[in-house]
Design a protein around this ligand. Structure first.
Ligand SMILES: *Cc1c(COP(=O)(O)O)cnc(C)c1O
Length: 386
C-alpha cells in the first residue's frame, strides 16, 4: 500500500520501544560483554553499541526517518549541512578528481569548492544549473567524480531539472534539497544518487538544531560513513532529537509556510515599489512548469526585488515590525535578509550577476505568522519608501 509522505513523517524513525517521543541517548560510549563482544561490535559498517562517533541510537532514529521520507535505503546525519557537504566531497574525491557544480550554490558550499577543495587538487567546473544539459556537458569521463546541484537555489530560487541530473552516467549526482525539504520534492525518485539537507532549516524547523543529513543507496552511504567517522563532523544526539521532532510536524509547517509564501508573493507582485518576485509556484517563475513537474510544494522562501537598491532595502528593513532581519530560513519566525550585503557579500560583480543577486534583492523566509499580518507589515514598510 502506498503511504503519503505526510503519514511517513509520523510513522518513520521509530525504535520499536513504544516510546512515542525519541529517547535522548547522551552516552558517548557503551560497555561491552568482553573481548569477543567488543571485537564483534568493532567490525563491519555503521558500528553500533561502541562509541558515539560511529553511531548513536538517537541519531540513528533521525537517519531512519529521513531515509524513509526520501525513499532511500540509508541516511547519515552530520553536525551541520556543511559537515554533510564537506564529508561527502572528501569521502568520494581525491587529488586529481573533478567536480561539476552549479554556480548558484549556497555560499559556504561555493567557498569550500573554491578554497579547500582546490587546495587539495579537487577541481570544480561551475555551470548554470538552469540550462538543460549543462551538467552533462561539463562531465569529463573518467575524471568527474561528483555532480553537485542545489534546487531550488538560494537566494534566487532557480531550479535544476532533476530528471536530467538523474540520467547522468559515470559520476555520482548529489542534490542539495534543503530549500524544498523532503515534503517538497524527492530527488532520488528521478535517479539522483544522493540527496542532502541542511536540517538546520526546514527539517529542524525551530531554529534550535544545527544538523545535516545525506541519503542514498546503502553501499554509498556506508562508504561516506567510513570517511565521516574520521572527519568527525557527526551529529549531536540533542540536535538529532530536535530534527526528528521537526519531521513529525514538517507537513503542517511546510504547507502553511508554502501557502503564506504564495500569498505574500502574489500580494507583493502588485506593489508599485516591487520590480519582481520569485517563487517556483508563481505562474511568472521562468521555470514554473518544471517546478510543477518535479515539486509537490515550491518552498517557504520568496525573493523580492525592489527599486532603489541597497538604500531602499535598508530603509524597508528598518520599517518592518513583524519581519525580522536574520539570515536563516525554515523556522517559525518570518525573516528577511539582503543577500548582496550579507550571505553574498564578498562575491565579485560578475559572480553576483551570474547568480542574479542585485542590490535591490530581499530574501524573505516565510514563517508561521498570519499571512495577512505579514503582508500588511511588508506592504507598509514598502509604502514608507514613497
Ligand atoms: C544552510 C544551508 C547549508 C549549510 O547548512 P548548515 O547547517 O548551516 O551547515 C547548505 N545548503 C543550503 C541550501 C543551505 O540553506
Amino acid at each position: 500500500m502506498t503511504q503519503r509522505p505526510e503519514t511517513t513523517a509520523i510513522t518513520s524513525g521509530r525504535d520499536g520501544s513504544g516510546s512515542l517521543a525519541p529517547g535522548l541517548s547522551t552516552s558517548t560510549v557503551w560497555q561491552t560483554g568482553g573481548l569477543d563482544d567488543t571485537a564483534r561490535r568493532a567490525t563491519g559498517a555503521r558500528l553500533s553499541g561502541l562509541y558515539s562517533r560511529y553511531s548513536n541510537p538517537t541519531v540513528t532514529q533521525f537517519e531512519a526517518a529521513v531515509a524513509e521520507m526520501e525513499g532511500a535505503e540509508s541516511a547519515l546525519a552530520f553536525a551541520s549541512g556543511m559537515g554533510a557537504i564537506a564529508s561527502v566531497v572528501l569521502a568520494l574525491c581525491g587529488n586529481g578528481s573533478h567536480i561539476v557544480a552549479q554556480n548558484n550554490v549556497y555560499g559556504a558550499t561555493l567557498s569550500f569548492l573554491q578554497g579547500p577543495c582546490r587546495r587539495f587538487g579537487i577541481e570544480t567546473t561551475f555551470v548554470d544549473g538552469r540550462v538543460p544539459g549543462s551538467f552533462a556537458a561539463a562531465v569529463q569521463p573518467g575524471r568527474t567524480v561528483l555532480v553537485i546541484a542545489e534546487t531550488p537555489s538560494n537566494p534566487r530560487l532557480a531550479l535544476t531539472d532533476l530528471s536530467g541530473l538523474g540520467t547522468i552516467k559515470g559520476p555520482f549526482t548529489l542534490v542539495d534539497s534543503t530549500m524544498a525539504t523532503p515534503l517538497g520534492q524527492r530527488p532520488l525518485d528521478f535517479g539522483v544518487d544522493l540527496v542532502l539537507h541542511s536540517a538546520t532549516k526546514g527539517i529542524g524547523g525551530h531554529n534550535d538544531a544545527l544538523l545535516g543529513v545525506v541519503a542514498g543507496e546503502r553501499d554509498l552511504i556506508d562508504a561516506v560513513w567510513g570517511y565521516s567517522v574520521m572527519h568527525g563532523a557527526v551529529a549531536s544526539p540533542h540536535d538529532a532529537l530536535n530534527g526528528l521532532r521537526g519531521i513529525r510536524t514538517l507537513a503542517v509547517r511546510t504547507e502553511r509556510q508554502h501557502a503564506t509564501a504564495l500569498h505574500l508573493a502574489r500580494g507583493l507582485e502588485a506593489h508599485p515599489r516591487v520590480t519582481s518576485v520569485s517563487h517556483p509556484f508563481l505562474e511568472s517563475h521562468p521555470q514554473h512548469s518544471l517546478a510543477r513537474a518535479q515539486m509537490r510544494m515550491g518552498g517557504t522562501v520568496i525573493a523580492v526585488e525592489i527599486d532603489g537598491g541597497t538604500d531602499a532595502c535598508r530603509r524597508a528593513i528598518d520599517s518592518l515590525r513583524l519581519v525580522r532581519p536574520a539570515t536563516s530560513f525554515g523556522g517559525p519566525e518570518t525573516l528577511v535578509c539582503h543577500p548582496a550585503t550579507s550571505t553574498h557579500a564578498g562575491l565579485s560583480p560578475d559572480e553576483l550577476a551570474a547568480m542574479d543577486v542585485t542590490e535591490g534583492l530581499l530574501r524573505i523566509s516565510v514563517g508561521l505568522e498570519h499571512p495577512d499580518d505579514l503582508l500588511a507589515d511588508i506592504a507598509s514598510a514598502l509604502d514608507t519608501l514613497g
